[in-house]
Design a binder for this molecule. Structure first.
Ligand code: SF4
Length: 221
C-alpha cells in the first residue's frame, strides 16, 4: 500500500483545488493540456517511468531513436523505456533534449494528482517526485473546494483498500492509476455516506462512472 505523504520542509503553491480539478479532468478527456508549474524540476524524467506514446505523438516519434521504443497495443502505440539509473534516454544535462516535441504523456504529467489523492507517487525510485508531492499546497475558494478534495482522497483510499471488491478483483495498483481514477470518480464520494455503502456496489459504480468519463474523452471520438 502506498503511504500518505508526510509534511515537507518547503512548500509550493499548487493553485486553487477546484480550478485544478476542473482543468485536470478536462485534460484527461483530451480537452486542452494541463498547465503544470514544473519550474526546473525533472522529477518525472528521472523516476523510472515507461512513457507511452500514441499515434498522434508524431513529432516525438520522429525524434526518439527506434532503439528506445517498443511497440505496444493497440497498433501504432509505443512505449519508451528508461536507462539503468531510471532516467529517460531523452534527458541530457538535466534537460529534455526533445522538449518542443516531447510526448503528450510528458505534457500531461502532473504530480499534483498525488497531492490531490493524498498519496505518494511510489517507492524509492520515485523519491524526487515524492518530495515535490509533499511540498504542494492547494488553496480553497470555498467549502465546495474542500469537499471535492476530501472526495478525491476518499475515492483514492477506497480504490487502494477495497481492491478485492472490484469486478474481477481488478482495480489499478500503480499509484498513477489509483490517483487518476480517483479524480475521474470523486463525485461518488462527495456524500460522506458513500463510504458506508456496500463495497461491491460502490466499486461497480466506480467502474461505471470511470467508463462514462472515458467515453466522453475527445481522444476516443
Ligand atoms: S521525453 Fe523529455 S519530458 Fe518526457 S520523460 Fe523524457 S526527458 Fe522528460
Amino acid at each position: 500500500m502506498q503511504s500518505v505523504p508526510t509534511e515537507s520542509a518547503h512548500t509550493l503553491p499548487a493553485g486553487t483545488f477546484g480550478a485544478w480539478l476542473k482543468s485536470t479532468r478536462a485534460s484527461l478527456q483530451g480537452e486542452g493540456g494541463s498547465d503544470v508549474p514544473c519550474g526546473d524540476c525533472v522529477g518525472c524524467c528521472v523516476s523510472s517511468y515507461f512513457i507511452p506514446l500514441r499515434p498522434k505523438d508524431t513529432a516525438a516519434l520522429h525524434e526518439i531513436p527506434a532503439k528506445f521504443l517498443s511497440a505496444t497495443q493497440p497498433r501504432g502505440n509505443w512505449v519508451m523505456g528508461y536507462r539503468d539509473d531510471g532516467t529517460c534516454p531523452m534527458l541530457r544535462d538535466r534537460k529534455c533534449s526533445i522538449y518542443a516535441h516531447r510526448p503528450q504523456t510528458c505534457r500531461d504529467y502532473d504530480c499534483r494528482v498525488f497531492a490531490a489523492a493524498g498519496m505518494e507517487a511510489g517507492g524509492p525510485d520515485k523519491s524526487v517526485i515524492n518530495e515535490r508531492v509533499r511540498a504542494w499546497r492547494f488553496t480553497y475558494a470555498d467549502e465546495a473546494d474542500h469537499a471535492a478534495h476530501r472526495a478525491v482522497q476518499a475515492a483514492a483510499t477506497f480504490i487502494r483498500e477495497k481492491r478485492e471488491h472490484f469486478p474481477g478483483g481488478r482495480a489499478p495498483t500503480a499509484p498513477t492509476g489509483v490517483a487518476v481514477l480517483a479524480v475521474k470518480v470523486y463525485e461518488l464520494f462527495l456524500d460522506e455516506a458513500a463510504e458506508r455503502r456496500d463495497a461491491e456496489a460502490l466499486a461497480a459504480d466506480v467502474v461505471k462512472m470511470a467508463r462514462a468519463f472515458d467515453a466522453a474523452s475527445t481522444d476516443l471520438r
